[in-house]
Design a binder for this molecule. Structure first.
Ligand SMILES: O=C(O)CCC(=O)C(=O)O
Ligand SMILES: [Fe+2]
Length: 379
């Protein structure tokens, strides 16, 4: 199972990778609590204290008619009409700078495919528990990782979430069951990469760089793409549990779709905002390596997922990053100080992308802690 990309990622790092201890998946825990609730077994229908965050989980609902979350029309971004295109590039830059988050419409990914990827992921989680241990990882960079919470070796409070994480590019990995998984995933991941490529060309231009400058610098032809299926089972105490704790993602852009159940919240101007996705749209958030590359012009957005006591939620996040061996720092050209170009000094220490992932995935998930370790403050 652990093939070439795994060994590539493991080089130089094997000695420091922590092992991941086994704990029960939340799906099973949820089923037993709901069963107890239905049988009026009041002694055992509360979530264990190890899952109690005791954090306020409510978010602000935006007026759906005047939703200020930016929408990017991908067909305009790739339009042959230069006016349409430059306007879309401008909107994209503004969305990255002001929100770090936007919704993409007219992206070209068929609705049926989006539905199929959610369904087949749900089927994976619904496999009998005895069928899943072969997908449990030995360490945090295995290319197939079925697990729960975030990093059970480090989490102080567990997240109400089971997950399946797969490295899907430059080498494709997928569980051999359910049977339809591979075919659906290959197609969805390829289509997503196409969307990301178009968005990053636009973002490169919005930073005042050549359209292809970012993809060349970050070696995106061999960019690391990680498929993450998140399962958030029904939770009897959603007001004190957390699906995934506040964090920013490690890559450049993360694409997210979900079943009909909401739960994503983004942090904007100090408030938690509930995000509801219009049908057939893709939610996109900017991640740490876009912040590093843009020298802090585009900040990665902090987000979290809350849970509910009615419906299981599934989200599919596709993390798209530079190539694993690329050392990423603020863009070499116009964005950092160079013989009187008027730009400021570099604000981040360059680091190899795979070392960054290893550090983030081996630690506790806590806001933007991983990025803060690279920030230069004493100019
Ligand atoms: O499920 C969600 O809405 C968020 C998932 C997420 O943030 C992640 O997988 O990194
Ligand atoms: Fe995330």
């Amino acid at each position: 199972m652990a093939t070439s990309s795994a060994s590539m990622l493991h080089s130089n790092s094997a000695a420091v990778q922590p092992t991941v201890p086994k704990i029960t998946c939340v799906k099973k825990l949820s089923e037993s609590l709901i069963n107890n609730l239905n049988n009026n077994n009041n002694n055992n229908n509360k979530i264990p204290s190890t899952y109690a965050y005791h954090t306020e989980t409510t978010g602000l609902d935006l007026d759906p008619l005047h939703n200020p979350i930016p929408t990017i029309d991908l067909s305009l971004l790739t339009s042959s009409n230069p006016d349409h295109k430059s306007k879309a590039v401008q909107q994209l830059g503004k969305a990255c700078q002001e929100w770090g988050f936007f919704m993409v419409v007219n992206h070209g990914i068929p609705e049926d495919l989006m539905r199929a990827v959610i369904e087949v992921s749900h089927e994976f989680f619904n496999l009998a528990e005895e069928e899943k241990p072969e997908f449990e990882p030995n360490n945090v960079l295995d290319p197939i990782r079925y697990g729960t919470s975030f990093n059970t070796a480090k989490d102080k409070v567990f997240c109400w979430r089971d997950f399946l994480k797969l490295f899907v590019h430059p080498h494709f990995h997928c569980p051999h069951k359910p049977q339809a998984f591979r075919e659906v995933l290959v197609e969805y991941c390829e289509r997503s990469r196409e969307v990301v490529r178009k968005l990053l060309k636009g973002i490169s231009q919005s930073l005042g760089l050549e359209e292809c400058e970012m993809e060349k610098a970050l070696e995106l032809d061999s960019g690391l793409q990680i498929f993450v299926a998140n399962l958030y089972p029904v939770c009897p105490n959603p007001d004190i549990a957390m699906g995934i704790a506040p964090h920013s993602d490690h890559g450049l852009l993360t694409l997210l779709i979900q079943n009909e159940v909401g739960g994503l919240q983004i942090q904007h101007d100090g408030e938690w905002i509930n995000v509801s996705a219009p049908p057939n749209s893709i939610l996109v958030n900017t991640a740490d390596h876009l912040e590093i590359y843009s020298n802090g012009k585009y900040k990665s957005v902090v987000h979290r997922a809350v849970v509910n006591n009615e419906k299981t939620r599934i989200s599919i996040a596709i993390a798209n990053g530079p190539s694993a061996d690329t050392i990423v720092g603020p863009a070499a050209s116009k964005l950092v100080e160079k013989e009187g170009n008027g730009a400021g000094p570099a604000n981040y220490v360059p680091m190899k992308y795979k070392e960054y992932i290893l550090s983030q995935q081996s630690n506790q998930l806590n806001g933007k802690d991983s990025l803060k370790r690279l920030q230069i403050r004493d100019h």
